[in-house]
Design a protein around this ligand. Structure first.
Ligand code: R5P
Length: 292
């Protein structure tokens, strides 16, 4: 088996190759033609072998690179191709909100799987998107990775910033054997939210170590508001943890100004303290897709 890391996921791809028993690991050559078109070339002897391609699709260029790499890997004679998309871009538009809009998550899924024998992704915006794949598709969770990291740190209570994240907080709480609570969130616009405490708190928050757990941190608005609210309750220490750390614009600095710790998985490159999802992805590749 070979692992190839697209330019959006080189570090995670290398970690996955180690988890797969030090499978041969390679980086493709990627450049732009003078007219702006993308050029890729894969090296190594992959003919007749299973190949795992790892590439998050945060930008349109990442997506295009993945499509070209899939074709190049097929052209080079790979036996089977498993595509790992750690952060699946466009997944948030999973239904038309207004007439005339596409289901972007479906459109992208169809292209991702075109040359693939199987797909693995991590914490999709909605797990329902797995249903649009025609090839075997699996979703790893970022929760076990974050839990492995939090196990080494003091945690009194896990906090979901909204009702939508309750299952995530519950799962993390079960792994760490800690209580959880969910805030009430009202979105004002794409950058602003209003958060309130639940009617009944599971404990006094004074002096406690609280960890706010979310799937994605984008503008940071949700985490910053949650941290301010919890600080007003005299929380002792605050940390934020997410699977996908996009940290748009100055989100990282704004969160660091109100939180003592900031953790994310390695589905995206960012300056947060990292927990790797490589073991969880490698397990799915071996156990569910039979990669060898
Ligand atoms: C929303 O439903 C998600 O779980 C996140 O809370 C949201 O995407 C975070 O966005 P932002 O960082 O822009 O507040």
């Amino acid at each position: 088996m070979h692992v190839i890391g697209g330019s959006a996921s080189t570090a995670l791809a290398e970690r996955i190759s180690r988890e797969l028993g030090n499978a041969p690991f390679g980086l493709p050559f990627v450049k732009r033609f003078p007219d702006g078109e993308l050029y890729v070339r894969v090296g190594g002897r992959i003919s007749g072998d299973d190949v795992v391609l790892v590439q998050s699709t945060r930008t349109d260029q990442d997506f295009l690179e993945m499509i070209l790499l899939e074709d190049a890997i097929r052209e080079a004679g790979a036996k089977r191709l498993f595509v790992v998309v750690p952060y699946f871009g466009y997944a948030r538009q999973d239904r038309p909100f207004f007439p005339g809009e596409p289901v972007s998550a479906r459109a992208m899924s169809r292209h991702v799987e075109l040359d693939a024998d199987g797909v693995v992704t991590v914490d999709l915006h909605s797990s329902d998107t797995l249903g649009v794949f025609r090839k075997p598709a699996f979703e790893a969770s970022g929760i076990p990775a974050i839990a492995r990291l939090l196990r080494e740190r003091p945690v009194d209570l896990l906090v979901s910033p909204d009702k939508g994240g309750v299952e995530r907080a519950k799962r993390m709480a079960a792994i760490l054997d800690k209580p959880w609570m969910a805030l009430e969130k009202r979105r004002i616009d794409s950058e602003h939210v209003e958060l309130t405490l639940p009617k009944e708190l599971p404990m006094s928050l004074e002096g406690k170590h609280l960890v706010i757990v979310d799937d994605v941190i984008s503008t940071g608005g949700t985490i910053v508001e949650a941290a301010k609210l919890l600080k007003r309750q005299r929380a002792g220490a605050l940390a934020a943890a997410c699977t996908h750390g996009l940290f748009l614009r100055d989100a990282f600095e704004r969160i660091k100004a109100v939180c003592d710790g900031l953790y994310s998985t390695d589905t995206l490159d960012n300056p947060a303290e990292k927990a790797s999802v490589a073991p969880d992805i490698a397990q799915i590749l071996r156990r569910d897709l039979g990669a060898q």
